[in-house]
Ligand binder design. Sequence first.
Ligand code: NAP
Length: 333
Amino acid sequence: MKNKQFLLKSRPVGKPTRDNWDYVVNDVAELSDNQLLIRIDYISLDPAMRGWMNEGKSYIEPVQLGAVMRAGTVGQVLKSTDKNFAEGDYVYGHCGVQQYAVVSTQGMHKIDPALAPIERYLGVLGMPGMTAYFGLLETGLPKAGETVVVSGAAGAVGTVVGQIAKIKGCKVIGIAGGADKCAYLVNELGFDGAIDYKSENIKKSLKELCPKGVDVYFDNVGGDILDDVLTQIRMKARIVICGAISQYNNTTAVKGPANYLSLLVNRAKMEGIVVFDNAANYGKAVAEMAGWIAQGKLKAKEHIVTGFDNFPEALLMLFDGENTGKLVLKVEA
Ligand code: NAP
């Protein structure tokens, strides 16, 4: 059995290119004890993958040169040497950018295809959904009647943050790139307003849409947008530092917020989050989110690109703003 794989060939400077990848076809390995052979159906494309390509210390080890690129995946068990997993089970895990994986069962989680389409376990019911749920509810601490602003609002994490904030009775404003994404947030997801950062003056629009100021800012993008929102926060505001996609392909130093003294003036808090810290409680969150989906309160949206070989270009869609909702790669047509 042959297995197509993308290996990390070199560490990118700026945006990754095809030259940073080795596209190889290898034989699938034989199974030893407590292992699974998995056919990978969907590969998660995440902004964090750009960080994993860099050398150096982070919240997780970098991908080694020559290794299969790390990625979240869902797929079906074709063979099992572990009595807890049967042929035909569907599983989530980090199996990497390849068609098949032979992996230890540690870190593999069964998913229920009857509860939701399997690709949803990479989105709302997976890592981005958990990021939104715990980041907003446990760090943002939104209260009914407060104003929540989220950037990267039309993406995997942002769409869920805004919808959960609405469920909790907040006023929600999204910041996203382009009129279509802004219309989607307001008309489809029920946000109270949206700001197109590509054509609007963010400070001015925030003043108009949030006349009392911002209580919770969920930051997915960093850079200038974070700096602008800092000028509009309210007393005791909470700023959730989830990500800084505007900075991930920088070839110069990360741009930090010049307006941080607004935290002092407003006795506000800025706190970073890493989704994996909540792993023990994912089950509870998945159950609640699945309930909200069933009740029509939470809409899930996956943006599916088909064809394993398209991986390098599909990954770049995140940095070019070409996705709405959760970007996933479908391995075969
Ligand atoms: P996503 O929002 O689905 O996709 C990325 C989006 O970022 C793009 O569609 C684009 O939308 C926007 N973007 C790209 N370049 C930008 C720029 N220069 N300025 C402003 N916006 C830009 O991605 P996601 O998976 O939901 O991730 C969102 C953020 O959460 C990322 O920063 C990611 O690293 C972070 N994250 C953190 C954790 C954690 O544990 N801390 C976990 C998951 C994700 P526009 O068209 O609107 O520009």
